[in-house]
Design a protein around this ligand. Structure first.
Ligand code: ZN
Ligand code: FE
Length: 254
């Protein structure tokens, strides 16, 4: 069995702890800052064994030195990003497996937000760690990759089992919702999700993780292949990737 803990960091980042109850191994996915992660480990009596970095942005790696000083661990990250990530013990690529105790994480290349961004899918934990690729009701801004790359990355994530927990890197959901509803104002799943998001945020609760099923039903970026969304964008004859690109461009200036 696995336990997953969402750790709020900085202003609106999330790190995650993934704990394997069988062996006691504990991974931290992304390290925005050390203190909240150390506190979350301490509170549970867990000992850090591994750190997985999803991409090179400062708000996902800057706490690493302080974290390792207090809790030494093996560091995993993308081989493609090794030149601009902190020193890695293990450089990985699409299809590689990251073992966390008895749990196995499959490395997915989800380039788009950055080139070399990875996601980790732990089938035994029923979770995918997506950071700034697929996000709750959104997707990461395209700083480095192309819209085709991001659409391919999102399409890959969309094939995971629908009950998979999507552990993404930021609490951006409420602002993402304001945009999503402009694309699909009549989507009943989106309308009820926004009510749930507003209630959670009013209660000070995280909206992350979500489930892939929820994202497939409500996230406009994952729905660019659907005729209902193509019609809403007035792009009935466009390719899925073109519709994705148009939605992404609209969000960039929203
Ligand atoms: Zn980022
Ligand atoms: Fe980020």
């Amino acid at each position: 069995m696995a336990q997953i803990v969402t750790v709020p960091c900085l202003k609106d980042n999330y790190a995650f702890l993934l704990h394997d109850e069988t062996t006691g191994a504990t991974a931290c996915i992304d390290v925005p800052e050390a203190a909240p992660i150390l506190a979350a480990l301490d509170q549970r009596g867990w000992i850090l064994s591994d750190v997985i970095l999803t991409h090179h942005h400062w708000d996902h790696v800057d706490g690493l030195t302080d974290l390792l000083a207090a809790a030494p661990a093996r560091v995993w990250g993308a081989a493609a990003d090794a030149h601009r990530l902190p020193p890695l013990d293990h450089a990985v690529a699409e299809g590689d497996v990251v073992p966390i105790g008895a749990l196995s994480g499959e490395v997915l290349d989800v380039s788009g937000h950055t080139v070399g961004h990875i996601a980790l899918y732990f089938a035994d934990a029923g979770a995918v760690f997506t950071a700034d690729s697929l996000m709750a009701l959104g997707c990461g801004r395209l700083f480095e990759g192309s819209t085709d790359q991001m659409w391919a990355s999102l399409s890959k994530l969309a094939t995971l089992p629908p009950e998979t927990l999507v552990c993404s890197g930021h609490e951006y959901t409420a602002s993402n919702a304001k945009f999503a509803i402009t694309i699909e104002p009549a989507n009943p799943d989106l309308i009820s999700r926004i009510e749930a998001i507003d209630a959670a945020r009013a209660a000070g609760q995280a909206t992350v993780p979500s489930t892939l099923a929820t994202e497939l039903a409500t996230n406009p970026f994952l729905r660019a292949n659907l005729s209902v969304v193509k019609t809403a964008m007035d792009m009935q004859d466009a390719s899925d990737a073109q519709v994705f690109a148009a939605i992404r461009a609209r969000k960039d200036t929203f």
